[in-house]
Design a binder for this molecule. Sequence first.
Ligand code: R5P
Length: 293
Amino acid sequence: MIVAGAGSQALAAELATVTDHELADVTYDEFPDGEQIVGVDPADGSPETAVVIAATTSAAAHIEVLQLQDAAREAGADRVCTVLPYMGYARQDDPMAPSADCESDTTAFPLSARAVARALSPGTDRIITVTPHEERVCEFFTVPAIAVDAASRLAEPLSGNLSEPLFLAPDEGAVDLAESVRDAYGRGETDYFRKTRQSGSHVDIEPSDATVEGRDVVVTDDIVATGTTTGTAVTVLRNRSAARVAVACVHPLLVGNARLTLARAGVDRIIGTDTVERSVSAVSVAPSIADAL
Ligand code: R5P
């Protein structure tokens, strides 16, 4: 049976369709003191295997996935596979201070990705995550864990008539992703800008030498959170007279005023997957997850 987290209901339904597995009835509630509670009804007898699928985009979602794992066992599942389409805290894959002001010789910071992975491991037999910021987060789990790469799916919603398309990574770390999207699209060039992050809401971007004037550009990144990175890249492209500019990301977190940031920068279209369910989630990663189950 497929067991959905509250934030991954559409993806869970799609996965149930693709795999022909039963979609469990799940309820999400809260006690008066604010503690969360879930209910899992397999509806169709006692399932042998449960696939818990939940994007951990918040602290509440982390508690919820622990509860879903436990409720799945209570419902009779012998095996639990936990799918984290978006793994929260994965970007903290090294101990890091929230800002330079907080750094001192005596302050210790957690390796948060490892802490979260360790907490999620005892309730499951295996983990599947989708396009994590760094694949090495899989090593932090104490059960077998794999990363599925869904970047190529971002080519599916793109118009077939892009003019001299350029698939542009806003930093060197996203070049592989840009290449995956370009390969799946079937034609075009790839390039990358050089990014220096100054703070959570400010990055400096040094453009490359690639000609963008009159070309359709797809800015590709793994995550769009505040929109600072991709918004800055789009501004540079607009100043250099690019034609249509799209932003394509696997995880469209789009927190705070990210959409405004991107709109003001002059983006024509935002494309994301359903690892984080948003209105821009134009493509599903369910087939990629199904292949890995
Ligand atoms: C960082 O290296 C990631 O690949 C993304 O570029 C980053 O997480 C995007 O965050 P934001 O939208 O807040 O700039």
